[in-house]
Design a protein around this ligand. Structure first.
Ligand code: HEM
Ligand SMILES: *[C@@H]1O[C@H](CO)[C@@H](O)[C@H](O)[C@H]1NC(C)=O
Ligand SMILES: *[C@@H]1O[C@H](CO)[C@@H](O)[C@H](O)[C@H]1NC(C)=O
Length: 493
């Protein structure tokens, strides 16, 4: 009976319990079980059913703070306008966006440390991509048209069955990479596959590594997370392009007349010949594809599903798009005038969203929130996005998909605050504040152009007419049914 095991187990439990008892995070109320070990059951429940747990927490603790278990830590969730505002205002020396991403996605093993240590792409997206939207839109439109013709050819009056989520990802990847790397690389199927797969690699890697105890992570990452290989294969394709451009730059200097106007070139300019930065360009390019492709394609698929389930929304959209295009052509200004289209995308993102939480950060020091909660240093903190977006207080009849909700508000004179790209304390689908998605202006243009292309050129429906397939919740992600097909045919009238 005097087996040393008993003593060891006893001692370890005592240490664990003592630590647990004294951890200030235990003062924050929990949704799901909170005792050590039992919290794994809560973590499993959250992985499968974040929707109900976040909703439960929101209803009980709105305007204050609760926590849910993840497999390797607690997730502290704030809700209500005051606390969301507080969270978004916390400066970078108190909370870290990069560390938050690192914890959720284990970025040091998946995306690589380099992009989070020297994130110069964020400036490039803000300063170059967003400012060039008007100039690049014709290319994006051209690529959208090419890609739709290739992936969803429609002739005569027959319906074609299209696997929605992957086809939208293919089209988004093409259109986005027209701007990221230009022709002909944006049509290089091997590169596109790598860039599109990469997101899945990272997400899978994040999930696997979050389930892996930390001491095994680098082993598991080496053997079961394919991002290193993707990096290498992408490098084989893109590095010759980078070298060619460096050569031309040296040759022509400021007199380089047909210097490309794309993301890769802007990144190279920003790198200013810094060899470390140049070496990291492939990782950065993949990182940008990671941030851009599946966010955008899931978002536009959510919208497409509403359109296919309720084709009566076609007519008002067609009228709007046709009237404006007839007057202005396909310009950025024209897209800005398409309020109904803009509202459709925004409402779809409110109603579905692509992540149920937003503004995820790591506390770098103890934080005292105005509701009295003490969030200890090292805690992962986030805002309850989905429950906020489904709150009747902010969105009357929130449970109803009302595609023209926001365009009606704009007609009532409330102006730009209801635009798709506008963020606020109760619209956090793109985040809010300093780290709000810098790519959203580009995404909004691209996705509106895609949806406009669909309504002008196709009829769409589901096989089971009128039924929108259920979204799938995987941990914090909300994915349009990944098995669903949409029927497309050439527009008949
Ligand atoms: C509909 C499409 C998109 C959605 C819903 C979306 C959503 C988001 C969200 C929620 C965040 C985090 C904000 C926060 O925590 O405060 C974010 C960050 C970011 N997004 Fe997007 N995004 C989209 C498209 C894009 C595109 C097309 C790009 C690139 C061209 C992009 C680049 C980024 C980057 C670089 C960050 C990190 C910002 C930082 O480090 O401060 N996103 N996005
Ligand atoms: C992309 O992913 C699919 C499925 O995971 C795989 O079959 C394919 O080989 C991958 N392609 C590339 C180029 O990595
Ligand atoms: C080059 O970039 C790296 C980070 O990517 C940075 O640490 C280094 O200081 C830079 N070198 C110069 C000369 O600016």
């Amino acid at each position: 009976m005097d087996s040393p095991w008993y003593i060891l187990v006893g001692a370890v439990s005592a240490v664990l319990l003592f630590g647990w008892w004294h951890d200030p995070i235990n003062k924050i109320p929990t949704v799901g079980p909170s005792a050590p070990l039992l919290s794994y059951i809560g973590a499993y429940r959250f992985f499968r059913n974040a929707r109900d747990m976040l909703q439960e927490g929101y209803v009980k603790y709105k305007d204050s703070t609760f926590k849910v278990a993840l497999f390797d830590r607690w997730l502290v969730v704030v809700s209500g306008r005051t606390l969301v505002e507080e969270l978004r205002r916390l400066p970078d020396d108190q909370v870290s966006f990069e560390k938050g991403a690192e914890e959720s996605l284990k970025t040091q093993y998946t995306l690589g440390r380099e992009t989070s240590e020297d994130p110069f792409h964020v400036e490039v997206i803000k300063e170059k991509l967003t400012r060039n939207l008007g100039n690049i839109l014709p290319d994006v439109m051209d690529e959208i048209q090419h890609a739709f013709n290739e992936y969803i050819p429609a002739e005569g009056d027959g319906w074609v069955k299209v696997h929605a989520i992957s086809t939208m990802a293919d089209i988004v990847a093409r259109a986005s990479n027209r701007v990221f790397v230009g022709l002909p690389y944006c049509r290089n199927s091997k590169y596109l596959k790598l860039a599109t797969n990469f997101t899945i690699d990272v997400m899978k890697g994040g999930v696997i590594l979050n389930l892996t105890p930390s001491f095994l992570r680098s082993f598991v990452a080496r053997h079961f997370v394919p991002t290193t290989r993707t990096n290498m294969l992408t490098s084989e394709i893109i590095t010759p392009l980078i070298e060619e451009r460096r050569r031309l730059q040296q040759e022509h200097g400021i007199n380089w007349i047909d210097k490309p106007n794309d993301m890769l070139m802007w990144l190279m300019d920003e790198a200013e010949g810094n060899d470390t930065r140049i070496r990291n360009l492939i990782k950065m390019l993949l990182g940008i594809n990671f941030a851009a492709i599946h966010t955008s394609s899931n978002s536009v698929t959510h919208a497409l599903f509403h359109l296919a389930a309720q084709p009566e929304y076609m007519q008002p959209l067609r009228e709007e798009v046709e009237t404006i295009i007839a007057k202005e052509g396909w310009t950025k200004a024209a897209l800005m005038k398409m309020w109904k289209l803009d509202s459709f995308m925004k409402e779809s993102q409110r109603f579905n969203g692509i992540v149920s939480t937003s503004l995820t950060r790591i506390a770098l020091r103890d934080l005292q929130l105005s509701d009295g909660t003490l969030v200890p240093a090292g805690a992962l903190i986030t805002a309850a996005a989905s429950p906020t977006h489904n709150d009747d207080e902010y969105y009357p009849n929130a449970a109803e998909f009302d595609p023209f909700r926001f365009s009606k508000l704009r007609e009532d004179g409330e102006g730009t605050k209801h635009q798709y790209v506008a963020t606020s304390v109760d619209y956090i689908a793109f985040g809010h504040g300093k780290h709000a998605c810098p790519g959203r202006f580009f995404a909004a243009n691209e996705l509106k152009a895609m949806l406009a292309y669909v309504v002008l050129n196709y009829d769409v429906k589901f096989e089971r007419e009128g039924v929108r397939p259920e979204n799938k919740w995987i941990a914090m992600s909300i994915v349009p049914d990944p098995t669903a097909h949409v029927l497309f045919r050439k527009r008949q009238q």
